[in-house]
Write a protein that binds this ligand. Structure first.
Ligand SMILES: NC(=O)c1ccc[n+]([C@@H]2O[C@H](COP(=O)([O-])OP(=O)(O)OC[C@H]3O[C@@H](n4cnc5c(N)ncnc54)[C@H](O)[C@@H]3O)[C@@H](O)[C@H]2O)c1
Length: 275
């Protein structure tokens, strides 16, 4: 297609299957001229279809559990070897809550699981950035993006401890964004995406109702995974060099709404059916 990312190189975490947001980012980044290295947790490589994507993107897959610093160090070394030097962008597209998986609600959290939720979904972001920083792996004006969700700011029923993880993730983007920006001119942002039908998304109870509600509330409608990917590409490009430490909404306007005609109509219809 275009040449938005011509000459850029980067690591993409989190492409599990065709629905994954990271999958769309990988496809679009390559279409726009980027070279990428794909990675996911070893378990995900077994049941996902990432090898198909690697073939399509003409690249390698390096297994790495994002909670393990030694895996991340080996990944960054491998990526630098593959690229023949430093690279330009990283996408963190990782989320998982054992509490949500086991159906444990917020008032019944298992704290061991909570630690895992926070480690996988938020602290892993710090680890990824720290390893890249220590190895001085990113070029000046490089860009790091993580995907997040509005539940970090506003309570969404059914999102439970993932909301706490996303709040921490967004804070890490600001705290490390300051250090990495000041020292090496690398920017760090989070993109807050609309509810999307993916494997991680389906972990939230009532996702289809949430999708309908968000669609009705958003003046532009929900952002799709493909549209999210396009937005992420702009953040990897040279057109957004001075944007850093931001949480950027890609949600069709949902985060600024409180009530819409369409949502009012849905509620009225629901009330009528209840009568
Ligand atoms: N789907 C939505 O509604 C939605 C909305 C807003 C934000 N997000 C965020 O987008 C990101 C991507 O999720 P998705 O919706 O594409 O779902 P997905 O299930 O396709 O992606 C989640 C990825 O996390 C990976 N992962 C889990 N544990 C890992 C570990 N220890 N090490 C490395 N990788 C690990 C999984 O293998 C998977 O590839 C997540 O951060 C998610 O919270 C999703």
């Amino acid at each position: 297609m275009g040449n938005l990312l011509k000459g850029k190189k980067g690591i993409i975490f989190g492409a599990l299957n065709e629905q994954s947001i990271a999958w769309k980012v990988a496809e679009r980044a390559v279409e726009e001229g980027a070279e990428i290295v794909l990675t996911n947790a070893p378990a995900a490589l077994r049941f996902g279809s990432i090898n198909e994507l690697a073939e399509k993107c003409n690249t390698i897959v390096v297994p790495a559990d994002a909670t393990k610093v030694e895996d991340l160090e080996a990944l960054v070394d491998k990526a630098m070897e593959h690229f023949g030097g430093k690279f330009d962008f990283i996408l963190h597209s990782i989320g998982m809550s054992p509490n949500l998986r086991k159906g444990l609600t917020y008032e019944n959290l298992n704290y061991e699981y909570l630690n895992k939720t926070l480690d996988i979904s938020a602290v892993s972001f710090h680890k990824v950035i720290k390893v890249a920083y220590e190895k001085d792996a990113l070029n000046e004006w490089g860009s790091i993006v993580a995907l997040t969700y509005l539940a970090a700011q506003r309570t969404v029923c059914g999102y439970d401890d993932m909301a706490d993880a996303k709040a921490l993730l967004e804070s890490i983007a600001r705290s490390f964004g300051y250090v990495y920006g000041r020292e090496r001119k690398v920017r760090i942002n989070t993109v807050s995406q609309s509810p999307t039908l993916t494997t991680a998304g389906s972990g939230v109870s009532g996702l289809s109702k949430l999708l309908d509600y968000a669609e009705a509330m958003s003046p532009l409608g929900n952002g799709t995974a493909e549209e999210c990917a396009d937005y992420v590409l702009t953040l990897f490009s040279d057109y957004t060099r001075k944007i850093t430490m931001q949480n950027l909404y890609h949600d069709g306007g949902f985060s600024s709404m409180s009530m819409s005609h369409n949502a009012m109509y849905l509620i009225e219809k629901g009330l009528e059916t209840e009568k």
